[in-house]
Design a protein around this ligand. Sequence first.
Ligand code: IPM
Ligand code: MG
Length: 370
Amino acid sequence: MSMNEMDVLVLPGDGVGPEVTAQAVRVLEWFADRRKLPATLTERSFGGSNWQKHGTLMPDETWERINSADAILFGSVDSLDQAKIPAEERRKGSLLRMRKSLDLFANLRPIKMLPALSEASPYKPRITEGVDFVIIRELTAGMYFGTPRGVERLPDGTRRGVNTHTYTEAEILRVARFGFELARTRRNHLTSVDKGNVMESGAMWREIVTELHRAEFSDVVLEHMLADNCGMQLSRAPRRFDVIVTDNLFGDLLSDCAGAILGSLGMLPSASLGAIGPDGRRKALYEPIHGSAPDIAGQGIANPLGSILSVVEMLRWTFGAPEEAARLEAAVAGALAMGARTADIAAPGEGTTNTAGMGDAVLQALEAGR
Ligand code: IPM
Ligand code: MG
């Protein structure tokens, strides 16, 4: 393999973050060692645990590294512990700040059913069989960042809470373009999701996606869907989707709905990507979708597959190595097919393994598949 050396910053964070990230790092190291993947790994402490030790969520040096890294492998930040941390410090270390200041506008959340997970899913096998789609959630605008925002006091003494949903044409165009391009590499089908029947910005979203389709992507099949209907279709007929593109808030909601199809949030990876820069590189942050899971943190039983599958995305998007990505994806399927199950995906009566055991199973499958 010959490609540029990539600088990967590992931020395990809090809760189950360090446990699952450790397994993903083993996998990355396997690729560096056995497949000559040109990755340089640097790990930094981050989050509530760092706050307890050093009085800050992260030192300035870590923020500089976040800004210069080619890829960040992120674990999780403990929201519970953070309640004790001053608001200003919390903002400094927040995931939203990273997304925004690195301009990671395209958040990819792949949902792929594996036969071995059929029992863990709350849905019938005939619904889940063959499900394979990607949600692209716009990640730097909309309700999460719009102003005005806040809580104000009204003259009568009661309060009024305000958040603002805004999108510029440019913000819609770039994420829609990403969606069309991704669809072309898959089954050539894009579902654009909005609430254009109620929201002006949603009607504008629909118009812009339609124009872009006509101008540049008429070979891709485009459908528009209202967000509420999309929520229903995700449980009624999830197989119909290939690529879904939607705004920040709908994407947050719909990706949790989609996660339910697999039965466990522990299985879900994500990639947050920026635009390709003048140097040909793009900023990227990879993280499992589950949070810090404080109820099981420290026990070594969390499912590391969300983090390991985030490495699949890293191989694809940061390293541009689709065959290596496919190799790892096959190893995860192989580990599951061999019966490896963490507690969250075990069917009643099925034996379970722990976090490290699942990492072992994936590494064994990688070795076997070489
Ligand atoms: C997600 C999470 C975050 C979000 C939270 C932790 C701020 O739910 O990535 O989906 O709302 O974006
Ligand atoms: Mg969410």
